[in-house]
Design a protein around this ligand. Structure first.
Ligand SMILES: [Zn+2]
Length: 104
C-alpha cells in the first residue's frame, strides 16, 4: 500500500499506531465470521453435529477471513476515522503540497 494518495496527497497513516483501528476492525470481522460458521453448522446439522468438520471449518475461517479481510478492514477503518475525525487544515495543506510536488 502507498504511504500517500497519488491524487490528493492524503497521508494514509495519520498518526503513529493508526492501523490498530484496522486490526480491531479485522478482528471483529473474523470473530463474526467464526460465530456465523458455527451458527450455520449447528442450525444445519442439529442434533447430529459433525464436530470434527465444524472444528476444521471454524479454524479455516479463522485463518482465511482475517488474511483476506485486512485490506478491506483498513479501508473501512480509514473511512470511519475520516468520518469521526475529519482532516485538519494542516493535513489538507500538507496533502495539497505533496500532491503538487508529485503531480507537478
Ligand atoms: Zn486522494
Amino acid at each position: 500500500m502507498r504511504d500517500h494518495c497519488p491524487k490528493c496527497g492524503h497521508k494514509f497513516e495519520r498518526e503513529p499506531g493508526y492501523w490498530v483501528g484496522a486490526v480491531i476492525f479485522n478482528t471483529a470481522l473474523a470473530i463474526a465470521a467464526i460465530f456465523a460458521t458455527m451458527a450455520i453448522f449447528l442450525a444445519a446439522s442439529w442434533p447430529d453435529v459433525p464436530w470434527t468438520a465444524l472444528t476444521v471449518a471454524t479454524v479455516a475461517v479463522s485463518v482465511i477471513v482475517p488474511s483476506i479481510g485486512y485490506p478491506y478492514a483498513r479501508t473501512l477503518w480509514m473511512a470511519y476515522d475520516l468520518y469521526v475525525h475529519p482532516l485538519e487544515e494542516r493535513e489538507i495543506e500538507a496533502g495539497r503540497a505533496r500532491a503538487a510536488s508529485v503531480n507537478g
